[in-house]
Each structure stands twice: as structure tokens, then as C-alpha cells.
Design a protein around this ligand. Sequence first.
Ligand code: CP
Ligand code: NVA
Length: 303
Amino acid sequence: MSIPHYLKFSDFSADEYDYLFARTALIKKKFKAYDQHQPLVDRTLAMIFEKASTRTRVSFEAGMYQMGGSVVNLTTGDSQLGRAEPIEDTARVISRMVDLVMIRTYEQTKIERFAEFSRVPVINGLTNEFHPCQILADIFTFMEHRGSIRGKTVAWVGDGNNMANTWLQAAQLLGFTVHVSTPSGYEINQAVSGVDSTCYKVFQDPMQACAGVDLVTTDVWTSMGFEAENEARQQAFADWCVDADMMQAAHPEALFMHCLPAHRGEEVSADVIDGPQSVVWDEAENRLHVQKALMEYLLLGKA
Ligand code: CP
Ligand code: NVA
């Protein structure tokens, strides 16, 4: 029997997302009512962090405990991964001891190699190429505030990075459009997301990308692993700060999202991220709820 993994957004079908979003709503409602939801008693999640994290770490760890399970946390520095044990051997060993693995690492090929040798489901907690758990939370957040995202338009302002690639996969699968505006040299690479060109449009001018859209979203100029490029990026991205003018160009009901951590005054102005259209705190909280639905689904299937 094949093991279900969640390595990229396109690993699930639109029907599976319908189920996950409905299940998330139920799990969130129970959480808010202090109504226990413990389908994962005796199950263990191993988390492997090769990069820093606040939200991913806390949401997976708290979520697993809330569902009755337990968690083991590993980082590169405190495991044999940091001393060059092959990822395939690590996968073989860890997956004999736990029920589920979440990994945050560098290349997507690394998590794919882990999954190939794992006996248990593997979740992508961010790679250089993708961040599917974040987009899962973002779309759930959009639905909570504005209803279905089908037919809507999302502006991506900034780096053609892991978040941008994942938005593209979600657009193709769930039927919405992404307006992408990046500085030259930092464009999206369509081959990475594997989408066709009907689900996005490229704009040189970020203001034009924001015109009339339902959601404006951005991310740090320098992602983890690209720190050596920081100075060049600070210059290249100077005109890609989401500010009040860009929000003004969007639909009057448009939301603002950012996966966080954010740098006020760089990719977003303080008045936007702290302003009335911003839903970034709901977005962060929803990581907890969507990932609980995701872990439950990967381990137990549909309820
Ligand atoms: N958005 C997100 O993944 O945050 P962390 O890097 O804090 O996990
Ligand atoms: N694009 C950012 C997202 C952080 C959650 C990074 O990869 O560092």
C-alpha cells in the first residue's frame, strides 16, 4: 500500500482540500470550545528542523499534543544529520520509531529522498522550493474571511520563492489566479511549480499586479538559506514594499497576508501589516488548525 505524503501542494486533489478545509473548521471550533479532539493517542510525530522556525515548530508540536500524541524534535546540529549521516538512513531509522515525520530543510530533493525511504507519512514544513502547510493555512484564512477562493485573484509581490511556487500550485488546483510581480533576477520559475501559464500573470510593476485583486501577499526579501545575497536583495527589492498605495489599488475588500516573520519597512509597511486589511495573526493561528486536520488525515484518512 502506498504511503500518503504531503511534500507539495499538488500532492492532494481539490476534493481532498474540500475535505481538509471542512475538517479544519470543525477542529478549530472544538479547540475554541475546549472540547477535546484526541484521535492520535499513542501516535508520535518526529520533527526535523534544518532551518529556524517559530510558527511551524509551535503549531506542529502543540497540535500533536492536543490530539493526544507526542512529539520528538530534532535539529541538524543535535542529530547525526549534522555529521553527514545520509538522509536515506535517517529516514529508515526514524520511520521505524514514529508514526509521522515533519521536515524543514533546503532542497526539495532532500525531502523527496527522505519520503522514498520512509515507512510513515512525511510532511513538508518548508523547503527552498515549497511551503505547502503555509498556503493551506492562508487559503483557509481567506475562506474564513471572504468565502471560496475559486475565481478570485491574489497578488504576489516580491521574491519568486517557496511561497510564490506554492501559491501557483494552489491556484492551478483550486481555480484562482495569481498576479506575480518580482524584481528582475528574482522571477518565478514555472518549471519548479509545474503549473501551466493559465493560472498566473506576470507584472513588472507591483502596483499593476495589485490592481483590483482580492488578496495582496508578500514575504521576506531574503529567505532562509539565501543570507549571502541579502545586500543585493535589499537594493533589488526596494520598490517591492507592500504599502498603503498598493492596498489602495487592490479591491476595497482586499485582505493582506504574510506568512511571517515580517520585516516592517522592507517587504511591507507597518501601516499595512498592522492595519485593518491585514489578517496575519489569524493566518498564523490557522497553521495550528489546518495541520491538525492534515496530520489526522495522513494517519487515519477521512473521518
Ligand atoms: N511562516 C512560518 O513558517 O514561520 P516559521 O518560520 O516561524 O515556522
Ligand atoms: N520564504 C521564507 C518563508 C519563511 C517562513 C523562507 O523560506 O525563509
